[in-house]
Design a protein around this ligand. Structure first.
Ligand code: GLC
Ligand code: CA
Length: 558
């Protein structure tokens, strides 16, 4: 397998609004990130993925962009950006920007022009259709509730928005749109950035017939068959690659919800014609149901192992995986797959989950606060939420009577994206040291117990465990490059797998339960010869049979 720097890297995702506020307005900003560069170097990560910092009216916290070449005022200036980029590079950290080009904001000048008249030169930058019998052009529902079409009286037509009304979809079939996007990307590359994380990039090509989709639980049609991995998506990404990506040494990752293995092998093929890797969501969608993500079901471990193992083995040698539990769209993993009920269980299970993921093949992503074992948030009322997806879903599902208000509040507390978006917990001072003003969203009240300052000072903290995992990936080739094999697929409580490279084998054992579990080493693994690379209980000794403690995890090298 070909070696690449981005295969040996660990990425840290920053959600700038919630990372560090430097000027007391309650909103995280670029200078705040620059202040924390030493912290990131201490953790040992090599790459930052920065969620959008471009000019935006903030309907979807920056994922609705009105100027791709300007910085959001609340976050600072272009000079602040340049200083942050320089500081990252001085710290040996590369910077990957979020690229949100499936849609723009409706306040983007292209859309402002586009909606003016049918013959405006920007009309075809977006997807406009006549109504059907005085109603929407087709039955598609939007990701953020309601129809995916918005009527615009100026021209008596509808425009498509797969997300919020204020996020009209760009028309990628128009070569001018592609040229504008490529030109803008090139501008950022020339500035010296190191790559792109491409927002919902699997959705940029739509079947031009825009057929009705199969009706789902929401009462709307599913656009998936006609807009996800659509007819020209690979062609457009190859064009982007020729025009921009191939000219620089970049890391590229496509956010590809709804991606299959077969499709991923095209997006992230090692032939380098499209992207380096994709985010797939099959493991995160395992607790979905009739009302989509809105429920409080627990992910079944056997299913989780099966899905993750499939991605590990089937991409091997052809494409490259990205590894993640958390991001700005997911609730906190320690509350979802781990155990945040006591301090002891929280720390043990946060470390176990980290070890389980970081010993796999692929590029790991750490989402801000995950390295502290930050948890979900005890939101009390709907007013505590800021996220458009959560608020719209609450209204849609409770008003239609599909979910009771009490249940929905419980589901929001368990699954809302806002769980990941409360301020980073830096220390035990007011507002967790995030801001001296009033934070834009509540701080998790557990910051006195869970914060970076306390963990930096304590050698056995979750922070130091992540630091060690990140260091090991750089020291041991078997971690990025070894071959993966799942053991004990039927075990409902343990996740056990091996990695193999040359003469060496790495055995990874994770107990996903608080109950103790017996584990016997597979044949051929001599306990006297194995070296524990990392584990979450300090006094673990290797034996042919071991009693694993609550959420115990270890990686042993032979
Ligand atoms: C992606 C982003 C998410 C955003 C959506 C629309 O899924 O990660 O935060 O709301 O795209 O841009
Ligand atoms: Ca600020």
């Amino acid at each position: 397998m070909e070696k690449k720097w981005w295969k040996e890297s660990v990425v840290y995702q920053i959600y700038p609004r919630s990372f560090k506020d430097s000027n007391g307005d309650g909103i995280g900003d670029l200078n705040g990130i620059t202040e924390k560069m030493d912290y990131l170097r201490e953790l040992g990560i090599n790459v930052i993925w920065l969620s959008p910092v471009y000019q935006s009216p903030n309907t979807d916290n920056g994922y609705d962009i009105s100027d791709y070449q300007a910085i959001m005022e609340e976050f600072g200036t272009m000079e602040d950006f340049d200083r942050m980029l320089q500081s990252a590079h001085d710290h040996g950290i590369r910077l990957v920007m979020d690229l949100v080009v499936n849609h723009t904001s409706d306040e983007h000048p292209w859309f402002v022009e586009s909606r003016k008249s049918k013959d405006n030169p920007y009309r075809d930058y977006y997807i406009w259709r006549e109504g059907r019998d005085g109603k929407e052009p087709n039955n598609w529902g939007s990701c953020f509730s309601g129809s995916a079409w918005k009527y615009d009286a100026a021209t008596d037509m509808y425009y498509l928005h797969l997300f919020a009304e204020k996020q009209p979809d760009l028309n990628w079939d128009n070569p001018k749109v592609r040229q504008e996007v490529f030109h803008m990307m090139d501008w950022w590359c020339k500035k010296g950035i190191d790559g792109f994380r491409m927002d919902v990039i699997s959705m940029i090509s739509k079947d031009p017939a825009l057929p009705d989709g199969p009706v789902n639980g929401s009462g709307y049609g599913d656009y998936g068959p006609y807009a996800v991995n659509g007819p020209h998506v690979h062609e457009y990404l190859q064009e982007m690659n020729r025009e921009v990506l191939s000219k620089y040494d970049l890391m590229t990752v496509g956010e590809c919800s709804g991606v299959t293995i077969e499709e991923a092998k095209k997006y992230a093929n090692q032939d380098g014609r499209e992207l380096n890797m994709v985010f797939q969501f099959e493991h995160m969608d395992l607790d979905g149901g009739e009302t989509f993500k809105w429920n409080d079901r627990k992910i079944n471990l056997k299913e989780l192992k099966q899905v993750l193992s499939k991605w590990q083995t089937e991409l091997a040698g052809t494409a490259w995986n990205s590894l993640f539990w958390d991001n700005h769209d997911q609730p906190r993993i320690v509350s979802r797959l781990g155990d945040d009920s006591t301090r002891e269980y929280r720390e043990a299970s946060a470390k176990m989950l980290a070890l389980c993921l970081h010993m796999m093949q692929g590029t790991p992503y750490v989402y801000q606060g995950e390295e502290l074992g930050m948890t979900n948030v005890p939101f009390e009322t709907l007013e505590d939420f800021r996220d458009i997806e959560s608020i719209n879903a609450y209204h849609e599902l409770t008003e239609s009577g599909q979910v009771s208000p009490e249940d929905m509040m419980r589901f929001l507390r368990y699954k809302s994206r806002d769980n990941a978006r409360t301020p980073m917990q830096w220390d035990d001072s007011e507002n967790a040291g995030f801001t001296e003003g009033t934070p834009w969203i509540m701080v998790n009240p557990n910051y006195k117990e869970i914060n970076a300052k306390e963990q930096l000072a304590r050698p056995d903290s979750v922070f130091h465990f992540y630091q060690k995992l990140i260091r090991l990936r750089k020291e041991r080739e078997i971690i990025p490059y070894g071959e993966y094999e799942l053991l004990l697929p039927e075990d409902p409580d343990l996740y056990v797998y091996t990695r193999a490279l040359g003469e060496h084998k790495l055995l990874v054992i994770c107990n996903f339960r608080k109950e103790e579990k017996e584990f016997t080493l597979p044949e051929g693994f001599d306990p006297g010869m194995g070296e524990i690379l990392i584990g979450n209980y300090p006094d673990r000794e290797l034996g042919e049979t071991m009693t694993l403690k609550a959420y115990e995890a270890l990686a042993i090298l032979w």
